[in-house]
Design a protein around this ligand. Sequence first.
Ligand code: DP6
Length: 360
Amino acid sequence: MEQIFIPKTVGTVKESGTVTWQTPSNIALVKYWGKRNPQLPENTSVSFTLSNCHTKTTLSYNKKQQSNDNFDFDVVFEGKINEAFKPKIETFFKRIEAYVPFLKEYTFVIESQNSFPHSSGIASSASGMSAIAMCLMSMEKEMNPTLTEEEFYHKASFLARLGSGSACRSVKGEIVVWGAHPEINGSSDLYGVEFKDAVAPIFQNYQDTILLVDKGEKQVSSTVGHDLMHGHPFSQQRFAQAQENISKIKDIFAKGAIDDFIALVESEALTLHAMMMTSHPYFILMKPNTLEVINKVWDYRKETGSKLCFTLDAGANVHLLYPKSEKETVQLFIKQDLAVFCKNGEYIHDQVGMGANKLT
Ligand code: DP6
């Protein structure tokens, strides 16, 4: 199946050029946690594509005078040469080489910047890897102009996945499903697809405010975290539960069943953390302020009837999800009651977005 992404014709591309893409982060509602080689998910996941949290990447390419067997590239992050990101990108290039046969024919400069503060604890791999994938696809499109829009985006997501699993959900909006599921048409383990089924108005333009509870380096890398699902006593039940939750959330989106949405999304977040607490070795990724926020959200919902809910990534930061109609009231609540739990009072307002954007 992967074979469809190996180019059949090798056209010629310019000697040199630049291309720029801006791609967003995403927030999973049903979580991807557990993978097998090569970067294939153990269960289906679904996410909201974000908008304000994004990476902008310019790829400059120059054809090598003399070919060699190396990937030649420099990484410039936020204006400075960055050596630390190179190994991850080298691994990414190795994984995608068969599908991007021109990789070793060029020297590249990859210049990136994030819209969100560096080391904010916001996963930048989703936006970062998807941005590089989009740039490479623009090069391929020049060589092979017959690529259809669908082929272009499927392959971009396929490549992004080989950089970081969740990155495959960052090329399209507004809701993206990754992982084969019998009830999602066109779904695949190889790439993310737009969720095309019915979505009730309440779930459109959904808001996400990210509370930066802990801004340090991730305590556990996602690679280590995914690995802990191998031989985990509850992993099989967890993967089965995620598949069921995809069926449920499909129904929830169609019906606008917001209370069921809240219950499912919060349970998914806590299950992800429960898996980390019950693995060997075990980890607690929440901080005291994560729990403070969760309890405040529950109190607020009880007192006001609000539909505000939370989700978590594999870290201490909290994503607060709420309908657009509650934007003003919830943002006031965040400012007055939740900002105190954030490092330096910092949080980021975001909302559902449309996916990758090519910039001229
Ligand atoms: C908790 O995509 O960062 O955010 O494939 O190893 O790069 P790799 O992992 P990554 O895992 C993200 C896991 C998560 C849940 C999710 O986004 O679905």
